[in-house]
Ligand binder design. Structure first.
Ligand SMILES: [Zn+2]
Length: 80
């Protein structure tokens, strides 16, 4: 089985096929989360979350705003 992965700009391969995925954050907007109340169905919530993959080599973040079928937005850490 081939794990889904993206190639980071630094050359690192970030895989996200594992369950759970250690390179992945799941986020949801406060507006979307606010539509839930009481006890939440985890599967239902999962479908409405967006993925952000972390590169543990260069610390870039890849935000899949529109799902894995569309181009992610890349964020680079800005040191102070
Ligand atoms: Zn990287």
């Amino acid at each position: 089985m081939i794990m889904p992965a993206i190639k980071c700009k630094c050359g690192n391969k970030i895989s996200f096929g594992e369950i759970p995925s250690y390179n992945e954050l799941l986020i949801i907007s406060d507006v979307d989360f606010d539509k839930y109340e009481g006890k939440i169905d985890a599967e239902e919530l999962y479908k409405n979350m967006k993925s952000v993959l972390h590169c543990n080599k260069c610390n870039r973040w890849w935000f899949f705003k529109d799902g894995f079928d569309n181009k992610p937005i890349c964020y680079v850490r800005e040191d102070d």
